[in-house]
Design a protein around this ligand. Structure first.
Ligand SMILES: *Cc1c(COP(=O)(O)O)cnc(C)c1O
Ligand code: SF4
Length: 499
């Protein structure tokens, strides 16, 4: 068994990857699309050069990636709708051979943006404009305000919630012209303790404008936190190679950075470098990701992203379900997919690497957390919880005598609620096997005491029945609540099979 496992692992390891970028662990290598291979380092590392040379038209795109004629025609039409900009640095993260490349999907327009088959997608799905007492400022939660300071970004994400602000024509008018009024609003609302400076991307603002926001917000006593929401560390890290910009942000003292990494390949050495610089300057970094179909909607990619962020000391904060915004319908996946991913995180990897999965709700209802169910059942005396391993556990939250001290001869989850048992353990539990090296190995069970399987919490030998493996739920008559744990061959066979 072990041997064949090992052989299989080896076979997987030597299989050539479908693309050079597959399954890579961050931080990945610096990359350059051949188009820019001769650009000197000083230019490549200069954010002005990166901005100046950003890919901004379909005419440029067609020389860099392959498209069908029909795609090009559709993209030509879209060009008149939404802004397009991809700095050479970010563009170089794309694998040009892969039409479904996750970096490409985020940044290069797709004909699907013209479709809205359900009619459910809206320009302002979160109704931010309706919760706007002053143009550009959204006051939705009691103690927080969001400022939209600019319609500009270094790269325009194709799924952006604020696509209404990044239209080519018309765009968003309530942006930034009213910055004095936004500050006045914050100043006169003492309940606002946390101001999110967003956009667009505030790190695309002229330095004088950014300083205006930072100095004013710093001076307001009731503001404890200034959050800078920016994708610049991801899409144009060169901007933050500038120590003066870092110094300006740090000088506001209350600044937290909120970044937006979506894919492990974005956690490059360049991005890590600027995250470290921000951290050294005393600014904590939280990340939000958007759950995007084809980009990061699978457990392996998500884990790899989260581990990459931990290595960069960036704390994963939110995983957003993709908002129903016009032109982004093709990025949206099911809530089940999000829950499936969350199920694979909690308990399985570092808790400090696990974001909260949220749906930002219509009608301006705000962020609503989504989680797999861990609360299975409940009574006056206890709750039944399940852990990431599938253990079902009786948990008494309060110190009081059980209402019913007598065994009730009931099974399963009900047995846990009644206090007849304290836990149900699924077969093949590696942790239990690890606890108990001395299990008799006789193939199909035997006669060791069930306490050999761990003996947790059942030491009284009274009404509480020791560990009952899940197969007992099938009503095979053993779960009779007599407190006798001996001779239960099931537990043992399973532990042996792990050995
Ligand atoms: C997300 C958001 C906030 C901040 O919410 P937190 O849960 O504190 O991160 C504040 N205002 C608006 C309008 C938001 O969308
Ligand atoms: S950086 Fe943020 S605001 Fe700008 S396009 Fe991307 S998601 Fe939208």
């Amino acid at each position: 068994m072990f041997e064949s496992d090992a052989r299989r692992a080896l076979a997987t390891a030597v299989q050539p990857a479908a693309t050079a970028f597959e399954d890579e662990e961050p931080p990945s290598q610096p990359r350059r699309h051949p188009q820019w291979k001769d650009v000197p380092h000083e230019q490549w590392d200069d954010w002005r050069w990166q901005t100046h040379n950003a890919v901004r038209s379909v005419r440029q795109l067609r020389h860099l990636l392959s498209f069908t004629p029909a795609e090009l025609e559709a993209l030509g039409r879209l060009e008149g709708e939404y802004k397009l900009a991809i700095p050479p640095y970010y563009f170089s993260l794309i694998d040009p051979r892969d039409p479904n490349d996750p970096i490409r999907l985020q940044s290069v327009p797709s004909p699907l943006e013209a479709e809205n088959p359900s009619g459910y997608e809206l320009d302002d799905p979160l109704e931010e404009d309706k919760d706007s007492p002053v143009p550009g400022l959204t006051h939705r939660y009691p103690d927080r305000a969001l400022l939209i300071t600019t319609p500009n970004c270094s790269m325009y994400c194709r799924y952006c919630t604020r696509k209404r602000a990044t239209l080519t024509r018309g765009g968003w008018e309530g942006v930034s012209a009213d910055d004095e009024r936004m500050i006045d609003y914050v100043r006169s609302h003492r309940e606002i303790r946390d101001v999110i400076v967003s956009g667009g991307d505030p790190l695309t603002l002229p330095v004088s404008k950014l300083r205006f926001y930072l100095e004013n917000l710093k001076a307001i006593d009731h503001v404890d936190v200034i959050r800078i929401g920016t994708r610049v560390p991801v899409t144009l890290p060169q901007r933050l190679y500038d120590p003066e910009l870092i110094e300006l942000l740090a000088s506001a003292e209350k600044v937290y950075i909120q970044t937006h990494f979506n894919h492990p390949r974005e956690v490059t050495p360049e991005a890590v470098r600027v995250c470290k610089a921000l951290l050294r300057a005393g600014m904590p970094i939280n990340n939000h990701s958007v759950l995007l179909k084809g980009v990061n909607d699978d457990l392996g990619t998500m884990r790899s992203l989260l581990r990459g962020l931990l290595r960069a000391k960036v704390r994963p904060y939110y995983l957003f379900h993709c908002d129903p915004v016009t032109g982004a319908g093709h990025f949206r996946t099911s809530v089940w997919k999000g829950l499936e991913i969350m199920e694979g995180l909690r308990g399985h990897m570092s808790g400090i690497g696990i974001p909260t999965y949220v749906v930002d709700s219509p009608h301006g209802g705000g962020k609503i957390p989504m989680m797999p169910n861990y609360l299975v059942s409940m009574s006056d005396d206890a709750v039944v919880l399940r852990n990431y391993e599938g253990l079902l556990i009786r948990y008494q939250a309060e110190d009081k005598p059980a209402a019913n001290g007598q065994p009730t001869n009931t099974r399963g989850v009900s047995g846990l609620l009644q206090g007849d048992k304290t836990v149900l353990i699924p077969e093949q539990n590696e942790r239990m096997a690890r606890r108990k090296p001395r299990v008799v190995r006789d193939g199909c069970g035997g006669d060791s005491d069930a306490s050999d399987l761990g003996g947790e919490g059942n030491t009284d030998g009274g009404a509480l029945r020791p560990i009952i493996p899940l197969p007992m739920l099938n009503g095979n008559g053993h779960a009779n609540g007599n407190g006798n744990s001996n001779g239960n061959g099931h537990g043992h066979g399973q532990a042996a099979s792990n050995g």
